[in-house]
Ligand binder design. Sequence first.
Ligand SMILES: Nc1ncnc2c1ncn2[C@@H]1O[C@H](COP(=O)(O)OP(=O)(O)OP(=O)(O)O)[C@@H](O)[C@H]1O
Ligand SMILES: [Mg+2]
Length: 264
Amino acid sequence: MTDPTATLTRPVIVVQNAVKSFSGRVVVDIAELTLGDVPIEGLIGPNGAGKTTLMRMVMHSTGLDRGTITLWPHGAVAGGGVVLSNLPSHRMAGHGVVKSNQVIMDFDKLTIWDSLLLAAAASKSERPHRIFDEPRVFAEASDEVARYLDEFGIREPSTYAKSAGEKKLLDILRCLLLKPKFLLLDEPTAGLPEELTAKVIDEVRTVASQGTAVVIVEHNLDVIWNLCDEVHFMAEGKVIMKGTPAEIRAHRTVVEKYLGEGHV
Ligand SMILES: Nc1ncnc2c1ncn2[C@@H]1O[C@H](COP(=O)(O)OP(=O)(O)OP(=O)(O)O)[C@@H](O)[C@H]1O
Ligand SMILES: [Mg+2]
């Protein structure tokens, strides 16, 4: 359980009447869903339930057929919401909304160090190129990158990321370096060894305790049960249950119907 007082600076995201179909088949259909009410939320459900599509709809990297998705920054008064579903996805990080990807396709063109430095620079300034002419900005960003490299045991940052697992980890570190206020993680620990999974979880707890809202999709339910304050269970494009991990696990027959035996 995360400290509930960590709610102090969290934004919320409200999904309303959001529908997405592919080739005429509805894959997400959510009447109303609020994300960010608690520090760390899980999003679980079987393959094809629509979890990734929903996260992509929040980032507007998948367009909605209809509906709206609104970010209410901390302290926003009436009228202060940002309609994310009207914005292009490259504007999301500027509003503090950042997502890691289930399938990683980046990191082939820049070295590990440069990829991470770019993310750190982007969080420091709306003009990341300042990193090249302001030594203080460069020093701060380098320090942050070096801390993560050290913590995650990345010893050759001047090379390119090779394995899928290494890219996955880099994608998560990229997200953390962007200093998100709202962090969406799509299967962050898939393909990571246990030791790195534990470190990623530690980092997620830390940012959540500092006021970042976290939503995490995972098939590794031990991660979900241990980490999340609340869980949304998705099936066939809808959220069919919401509750604490204990409440969700109490619905053993539903969980096993969709996820198979041995998950509760
Ligand atoms: N770009 C696309 N074109 C066509 N169909 C798509 C596309 N993206 C997703 N789908 C379909 O939408 C449904 C939901 O997919 P989605 O990736 O959101 O599921 P998921 O819950 O993330 O599943 P998983 O746990 O396997 O990652 C699936 O049936 C998938 O095949
Ligand atoms: Mg997915």
